[in-house]
Design a protein around this ligand. Structure first.
Ligand SMILES: C[S@@+](CC[C@H](N)C(=O)[O-])C[C@H]1O[C@@H](n2cnc3c(N)ncnc32)[C@H](O)[C@@H]1O
Length: 340
């Protein structure tokens, strides 16, 4: 028996949900939002959030040890406060609030991932669809508050990627841009602000349009046009650059190809298609988040999966594009770019 082997990594991953749930509960309780007004002691936080004394200090100090909370001093009089990161990403008052995704993870994804083994055995979604209920998008669209929460969660995940794309991709060479499946319009607003010479549109289902109009008005009132339509039924709006953020991974291979063909048809010669996703490395060894996101598509959707740059290249060529490249954005996310 080899005695020097360390089980630490296996334990950390196998019990990773301890830490994930601690953070999700903090978000549900709005802990970091409450601390946005200033530091508080444990008992003050307990009163304010309605927490029982038994778990209070273990909860708060676990978050300190996970670097998801700061603490001045030790003992019962110590003062808890936000770290610079939790103030930026977990306080609801911050425009960079990421918590929507953890609210959704806690309410939906966490219970559904409890059925991962069954999903692996059957190849079938394990969300509301399992009980014969409506699909992911129908569930989200049924309630405007849920829809806004979902779109805000997407925004929190994607904002850094959208900003990186607006900085790194040479939008200045083009006159028109359309984000297809653009959700609340964040990418179109980011590009409009960064590249005033580019006319920007965002396109999504009619049910999403009122949320997008409100959001875009708050960001960049007159420069982003909000268009309504169905990307499977309707032609895509013509533009020099067409983007799809976290769209292709929702669909099966034939649907992915159909969307790429539609994008190609809506682009002029020299036009560009950009997918912003967790593009998996070609050898499928490195991008653990992209691979796990693909399992999340197994849980959530009948045919969705994430893909490598090489797969994207094959589909883009089949749809009539000349060449492709993969541009890393932030963390596990890249832009897969196809040139017409
Ligand atoms: C996962 S979200 C991605 C939102 C955003 N592009 C991003 O990167 O965060 C998928 C988006 O596709 C939109 N969508 C789904 N089916 C659609 C359809 N048939 N036509 C147009 N938009 C659709 C949804 O409303 C939603 O806004």
């Amino acid at each position: 028996m080899q005695r020097d082997l360390d089980p630490g990594h296996i334990l950390q991953v196998g019990l990773g949900f301890f830490a994930a749930k601690a953070l999700q509960s903090a978000v549900e309780l709005e802990l970091h939002t409450v601390l946005g007004a200033g530091g508080m002691t444990g008992p003050q936080l307990g009163d304010r959030l309605g927490l029982h004394p038994r778990g209070l200090f273990d909860f708060l100090d676990a978050l300190v040890a996970l670097r998801l909370l700061a603490r001045d001093g030790d003992g019962p009089h110590a003062v808890y406060r936000n770290t610079p990161e939790t103030a930026a990403f977990l306080d609801k008052a911050s425009p960079r609030y990421l918590g929507g995704i953890f609210e959704m993870a806690s309410a939906r994804l966490y219970p559904f991932w409890g059925h991962l083994t069954r999903a692996l055995r059957t190849g079938l979604p394990q969300n509301e669809l399992r009980e014969g209920g409506p699909g992911l998008f129908e569930v989200i669209y049924a309630d405007e508050a849920k829809l806004e929460q979902f779109l805000r969660g997407m925004q929190g995940i994607q904002l850094g990627n959208f900003q990186a794309l607006a900085d790194r991709f040479d939008f200045g060479r083009y006159r028109t841009f359309c984000d297809v499946g653009g959700g609340n319009g964040t990418l179109a607003a980011v590009v409009a602000r960064r590249h005033p010479g580019v006319a920007c549109k965002t396109f999504d289902l009619p049910v999403v349009a009122p949320v997008a109009r409100r959001h875009v008005a708050a960001w960049d009132a007159d420069r982003v046009e909000v268009l309504e339509g169905d990307f499977f039924r309707d032609p895509l709006p013509a533009a020099d650059v067409i983007a799809m953020g976290n769209i292709l991974h929702d669909w099966d291979e034939q649907q992915k190809l159909a969307l790429l063909r539609k994008a190609r048809a809506a682009l002029p010669p020299g036009g560009v298609f950009i997918a912003i996703e967790n593009v998996i490395d070609d050898a499928r060894r490195e991008n653990a988040f992209g691979l796990l996101m693909s399992l999340n598509m197994l849980i959530e959707l009948p045919g969705g999966f994430d893909y490598t740059g090489a797969q994207f290249h094959g589909w883009a060529r089949a749809a009539g594009f000349q060449r492709t490249e993969v541009m890393p954005l932030t963390g596990p996310t890249s832009a897969a770019i196809a040139y017409a």
